[in-house]
Design a protein around this ligand. Structure first.
Ligand code: NAD
Length: 485
C-alpha cells in the first residue's frame, strides 16, 4: 500500500488545498481489479438504471455547485465565473450522455443484402469493461467529464487519474458520484504524477482515454501498445481564427479576445493565431488591442484572468514572446512577461511564421495576429502546423467554404469554441492534436465496441458449405451480374 503523499497547492496564494496519496502501480492494479468486479453490476443496471444514477449525480453536482466552484478556483486559480461556466457546460454533457446512450448504443437491425436475404442482421454496442481516464488540469471538470460521463453511460466502470495539479476536483467528482448512489468502484480515482498515469495504462484496463499534451499522449500510446489497449488521445492545439474582408469585425475581435485570453489562454481549443484579411487588418487589430487592454490578470476576485496554473508554463510563454520579438514581431499590447505566474495578456502582430509563437502550443494569454492578402493564404498558413484541433472563421459570405477547408476536428463559423458546448457534436482533432472522439454519438461509441450478429431465418442459397452445388454458384453469378454488371 502507498505511504507517500503529495499536496495540491493553490496558484492564487501557494496554500495547500489538500493532500493525496501517490498511488503505486500495485494500488492502481488493485483499483482496476475492483472496478472490473464492479463493472458487471453497473452494466447489468442497463441504460435506464445507469441513467438514474447519472441524473442523480448531475443533481448532486448542482446542489453543491458553490463548493465545486471554490475548489476549481482554488486548484486552478481561474476566476469564479470561468469555473462556473465550465461546470454548467459539463452538466449539459452529463445529461446528454445519460439521455441519448440507449438510442445510440442499443442493438439495431441493419440490411442484410440480396445474397443474405435469409439472415437477420443487427449491430449493438458493448461496453469495453474498465476504461482508464487520464486528465489535465486546465478544465478539471469539463475535460475529464467528456470521457467519464460518456464511458459510464455506455456501461463501463472507470478508473480516473486526475492531473497532479487538480486531484481535489477529481476526488470531489467521485465523492459526488457515490453520494448520488453510484458504487465507489464503478467510478474510482487514483492520484499521483506521471508514473501513476503510466501504471494505469499498464493495469489491464480495456481502453484508455487520455487528455493532455501531445508529448504525454505519445508516451501513453506507447505504453498502451504493449498490450494492444485501444486509446483516445485528446492532445494540444494551435487553433487559428480567420477574419474575412466582409466579417463583422466587432464580433470577430470579441471572439478572438475571448478565445485567446479566457482561462488565461490555457485552453486546448483556445485561439492562439489570427489571420485577418489585409482590407480589414488594421481596424481588426485596433479592435482586438482595445479589448485586450481592458483585461487584467491577477489573483484577486476582480481579475479577468487568473494566474497560470502550472508555474513552468510561464517560461514557455516568455520564450515564445521573446522568440517572436527577436524575429521582428510588433508587441501591440504587453511584451515579454516578467517573473512569476501572473501573466498579463500579450498581443503580437506581424509575427514571423517560423517563430514558436506561431508553430507551437503556447498555452498562455498570448495572441498572434497576422495579415493575409487573401483567404486562400489564410487557409494555407492556418493549416501549416502539426496540430489540427479546432478553429473559427468570421465571414459573411464564405464561412462554410472556409470552415470546410480549415484543418481540424471542430470549426465554428462566426463564433468561437461554441462546438464544445453542443453535446451532440463530436470533440477531437487530427495530427498532433490526437485522434478518437469524445462527446456526441461518436463519443458514446468510442467507449463501446460494435458487436455484429446474424441469425438465419430460413435456409436459402447456402454458400458456406463444402457441398455447394454448381447450380447455387450459377444463381449467385446471375444475381451478381444483374446487380453489379
Ligand atoms: P500533461 O500531458 O502534462 O498531463 C496530462 C495527464 O497525463 C496528467 O494527469 C499527468 O499526470 C499524466 N501523465 C504524465 N505523464 C504520463 C505518462 N507517462 N503516462 C500516463 N500519464 C501521464 O498535460 P497537462 O499539462 O495536464 O494539460 C495541458 C495539455 O492538455 C495541453 O497541451 C492542452 O492542449 C491539452 N488539452 C487537450 C484537450 C483536448 O481535448 N484536446 C483538453 C484539455 C487539455
Amino acid at each position: 500500500m502507498t505511504t507517500t503523499t503529495f499536496s495540491s497547492t493553490s496558484p492564487l496564494d501557494g496554500s495547500v488545498v489538500d493532500t493525496f496519496p501517490v498511488h503505486s502501480p500495485d494500488d492502481v492494479d488493485a483499483a482496476v481489479d475492483r472496478a472490473r468486479r464492479a463493472a458487471a453490476s453497473w452494466r447489468a443496471l442497463g441504460f435506464a438504471g445507469r441513467r438514474r444514477v447519472l441524473r442523480a449525480w448531475r443533481r448532486d453536482i448542482v446542489a453543491h455547485l458553490d463548493d465545486l466552484i471554490s475548489l476549481v478556483r482554488a486548484e486552478t486559480g481561474k476566476p469564479r465565473g470561468d469555473a462556473r461556466l465550465e461546470i454548467m457546460l459539463t452538466l449539459d454533457h452529463l445529461a446528454w450522455a445519460a439521455t441519448h446512450a440507449p438510442r445510440i448504443l442499443r442493438r439495431r437491425r441493419v440490411g442484410s443484402g440480396v445474397l443474405m436475404l435469409n439472415q437477420h442482421a443487427s449491430v449493438g454496442y458493448v461496453p469495453y469493461g474498465v476504461v482508464g481516464v487520464i486528465g489535465p488540469w486546465n478544465y478539471p471538470v469539463f475535460t475529464p467529464m467528456g470521457s467519464l460521463a460518456y464511458a459510464l453511460a455506455a456501461g463501463n466502470a472507470v478508473v480516473f487519474k486526475p492531473s497532479e495539479y487538480t486531484p481535489g476536483v477529481g476526488a470531489w467528482l467521485q465523492r459526488a458520484f457515490v453520494r448520488a448512489g453510484g458504487a465507489a468502484d464503478v467510478f474510482a480515482v487514483v492520484t499521483g504524477f506521471g508514473p501513476t498515469g503510466a501504471a494505469l495504462c499498464r493495469a489491464g484496463v480495456d481502453k484508455v482515454a487520455f487528455t493532455g499534451s501531445t508529448a504525454t499522449g505519445k508516451a501513453v500510446m506507447a505504453a498502451c501498445a504493449e498490450t494492444l489497449t485501444p486509446v483516445v488521445i485528446e492532445a494540444g492545439g494551435k487553433d487559428a481564427l480567420l477574419v474575412d474582408e466582409d466579417a463583422d469585425l466587432a464580433a470577430a475581435a470579441e471572439a478572438a479576445v475571448w478565445g485567446a485570453y479566457s482561462n488565461a489562454g490555457q485552453t486546448c481549443i483556445g485561439i492562439e493565431r489570427v489571420y485577418a484579411h489585409a482590407k480589414v487588418y488594421d481596424r481588426f487589430v485596433e479592435a482586438v488591442a482595445e479589448r485586450t487592454r481592458e483585461l487584467r490578470a491577477g489573483t484577486g476576485d476582480d481579475a479577468t484572468l487568473g494566474p497560470l496554473t502550472m508555474p513552468r508554463q510561464a517560461d514557455v510563454v516568455r520564450a515564445h514572446v521573446a522568440d517572436a520579438l527577436a524575429r521582428g514581431a510588433t508587441p501591440r499590447v504587453g511584451s515579454v512577461p516578467g517573473a512569476g505566474t501572473t501573466v498579463q495578456p500579450v498581443l503580437l502582430t506581424d509575427v514571423d511564421e517560423r517563430s514558436s509563437a506561431v508553430r507551437d502550443e503556447t498555452f498562455g494569454p498570448t495572441l498572434v495576429v497576422n495579415r493575409v492578402a487573401s483567404m486562400d493564404e489564410a487557409i494555407e498558413k492556418a493549416n501549416a502546423v502539426r496540430y489540427g484541433l479546432s478553429g473559427a472563421v468570421f465571414s459573411k459570405r464564405r464561412g462554410r467554404e472556409l470552415a470546410l477547408r480549415l484543418r481540424g476536428g471542430m470549426i465554428a463559423i462566426n463564433s468561437v469554441i461554441s462546438f464544445a458546448a453542443i453535446p451532440a457534436l463530436p470533440f477531437g482533432g487530427v495530427g498532433d492534436s490526437g485522434f478518437g472522439r469524445i462527446h456526441g454519438t461518436d463519443g458514446l461509441r468510442e467507449f463501446a465496441y460494435p458487436k455484429a450478429l446474424t441469425r438465419q431465418r430460413f435456409p436459402l442459397l447456402t454458400l458456406t458449405t463444402m457441398r455447394r452445388t454448381a447450380t447455387v454458384d450459377h444463381i449467385v453469378e446471375r444475381i451478381i451480374r444483374a446487380l453489379y454488371g
